[in-house]
Ligand binder design. Structure first.
Ligand code: F6R
Length: 614
């Protein structure tokens, strides 16, 4: 997830104008930024590592420059944050500049060909292949528009791109597949951006580009076609929100926005990692299959939500690989003199990649000779840099302190990695791996279905915010791991006490607390344990507790007569994948209760997004 802004028109100091617009997109990425301005004198580019402020501070005479401008704030995916890896990227002669949000899946193959043709690369990014590809097409076709179209036909992956050039200094070419791009229509001038807030100070007339759209943007107008030059008609609309609402995509809080982004982040995390035959590939992976098979011990280490993802990972790995896996919170691991040696694989999970305890655990594992694999969201973070191997979760920047979209992408990464090991070990037939992959690929649409209708959860949340003095979250097996995450979400944003228990433990103590006004959220998504969960629900209702059930669609055992609310999620063929779907109603329940109580949802009291102290 990166931020894109652009402008074509007659205004003076258009570089400054575009960077002001880009400021509104910093929430989309903030590890480096850059700008290109095209005039008949050529294309000038400036890029700086760090926040946008670093770029603005280094502008010099560019601060007052005018021309056709594109600018970018980056959230690294390929290549660590640095001046060189920041966008825009330029062709060999510096005549074409390009910015990109997304992932070029076939960049290695494209880069090889371009290098063989003599192109010189200046960065480690996937993006740079795009601009060299356009350059190479331009050499043949002699026409920028055709060159951009032709280059994009050779690319697989996700992109929103904008291109300026010395050849047509008054034009921006833009195209999009999976990443967002909007056009702001002005009078004798036009704007573009990743998101509406960036352009709202200048115009409220907006066209939202759709997948496959290609735009030629000049001061005089916008021509929209598909990649094959067939005209496309997109309706312009008038934005009526205020800027603050718009920054959150129209949602009242980043948390709700991030919950709704989850289907997309899952798609992004799967992209490029599964083949058409349903097998797992990690294109940049350095750990050899032989090394993977040589481990006799696997540790998963993390904190908070990432630890809860690790709990799911443990069950999945043990289920699939029939190998013992230990999962530990990082602050315990580092002081427990763990039984780690050179035959240990330590999987370290962290959204930020900077959590002090997790980083220390990684160092402890390395010092004891383990091989370390990090599952991390922030590219170039300390944990990503120090681990022997990294699997990135493509959740994009997570702004709300309470983690949601990072969690589901951590789950997806663990599933992919477990399947990858099973593939190397020949533990599973190709068909079985493909059936897991098929289920994983279907999850984003299923989750989008859950998110499309949140009325049931909103209704029970409204009742519970006034009546519930405390919460228990119960589940068995994987449902217990999800319960842990559900309870954490509830306590951190609603400030109501919430505790998770393996459901069988209810009768060993906590049942003494169940009475009217106590809510027990009962997860029953694991078919093999379903009947046992029904008994637990009955135990709760017999003590007049409030029971909320989370069940799979077509559930026959629980309804509004037996419990106070039923929250339904779609099912998957493999129950081990249910945690990704089952967590969604729990995130929403916590959210709507906290919202009803008027809590500071995005920044709960006493908490920080990145815990860099012990
Ligand atoms: C809870 C939450 C925290 C983090 C924990 C680890 O919603 O966000 O529990 O999961 O602080 O942070 P990372 O994943 O950045 O290491």
């Amino acid at each position: 997830m990166c931020g894109i802004a652009g402008y074509v028109g007659p205004r003076k100091e258009s570089v400054r104008l575009v960077l002001d617009n880009l400021k509104r997109l910093e929430y989309r990425g903030y590890d480096s930024a850059g700008v290109a301005v095209a005039t008949s004198a050529g294309v000038r580019v400036l890029k700086k590592e760090g926040k946008l402020g670093n770029l603005v501070g280094a502008l010099g005479d560019l601060a007052t420059a005018s021309g056709t401008v594109i600018a970018h704030t980056r959230w690294a995916t390929h290549g660590r944050p640095s001046d060189q890896n920041a966008h825009p990227h330029t062709d060999c002669d510096g005549k074409i500049a390009l910015i990109h949000n997304g992932i070029v899946e076939n960049y290695l193959e494209l880069k090889e060909k371009l290098l063989a043709d003599g192109h010189k690369f200046a960065s480690d990014t996937d993006t740079e292949v795009l601009v060299h590809l356009i350059e190479s097409e331009y050499r043949v076709l002699g026409d920028m528009e055709q060159a951009v179209r032709s280059a994009l036909r050779k690319v697989t992956g996700a992109y929103a791109i904008c291109v300026v050039s010395e050849y047509e200094p008054g034009t921006i070419y833009a195209a999009k597949t999976a990443s967002p791009l909007i056009l702001g229509l002005g009078d004798g001038e036009n704007f573009l951006a990743s998101d509406i807030p960036a352009i709202m100070r200048h115009t409220r007339r907006v066209i939202v580009m759709e997948d496959g759209d290609f735009a030629k943007i000049t001061a005089g107008g916008v021509i929209l076609t598909d990649l094959e030059s067939r005209p496309i008609d997109r309706k312009e609309f008038a934005v009526t929100w205020d800027v603050h609402t718009a920054e959150k995509g129209g949602y009242p809080h980043f948390m709700l926005k991030e919950i709704h982004e989850q289907p997309k982040t899952i798609r992004d995390t799967l992209r490029g990692r599964v083949t058409d035959e349903g097998q797992i590939v990690f294109p940049d992976f350095r750990l050899s299959p032989a090394r993977l098979l040589d481990f006799n011990r696997i540790f998963i280490v993390a904190c908070g939500t990432a630890y809860h993802a690790g709990m799911v990972g443990k069950s999945f790995f043990e289920h699939l690989l029939r190998r013992p896996v230990e999962v530990q919170v990082a602050s315990e691991f580092r002081y427990s003199d763990p039984l780690v040696d050179s035959k240990t694989l330590a999987i370290i999970i962290s959204q930020s990649g900077e959590t002090a305890d997790t980083l220390a655990a990684l160092r402890e594992a390395k010092a004891k000779g383990a091989t370390t694999l990090a599952i991390v969201n922030v590219v170039g973070s300390s944990i990503a840099r120090e681990a022997d191997e990294v699997l990135y979760t493509y959740a994009g920047p997570e702004i709300c302190v309470a983690s949601t979209k990072a969690y589901v992408t951590q789950l997806v990464s663990l599933y992919l990695f477990g399947l990858y090991i099973a593939q190397q070990e020949n533990k599973l037939s190709k068909d079985i791996v493909a059936s897991y992959v098929e289920d994983l690929l279907a999850i984003p649409d299923k989750m989008a279905g859950v998110l499309a209708d949140t009325k049931a959860v909103e209704k029970i949340a409204l009742r519970l915010s006034n009546t519930s003095s405390c919460f228990f979250f119960l589940g068995r097996g994987l449902d217990f791991a999800v319960s842990m995450e559900g309870a954490l979400k509830m306590k951190e944003i609603s400030y109501i006490h919430a505790e998770a228990y393996p459901a069988g433990e209810l009768k060993h103590g906590p049942l003494a607390l169940v009475e009217p006004g106590v809510t027990v959220v009962c997860l029953a998504t694991q078919s093999a344990l379903y009947d046992k969960m029904l008994s637990n629900v009955k135990e709760v209702k017999a003590r007049e507790g409030i029971a909320v059930a989370v069940v799979k669609e077509n559930d026959q055992g629980l309804d509004e007569r037996s419990v106070d609310a039923v929250l339904t999620v779609p099912s998957t063929r493999h129950d081990v994948l249910m945690p990704i779907l089952a967590i969604v109603p729990l995130q929403l329940l916590a959210y709507y209760i906290a919202s009803d109580l008027g809590r500071e949802i995005d920044q709960p009291r006493n908490l920080a997004k990145s815990v860099t102290v012990e």
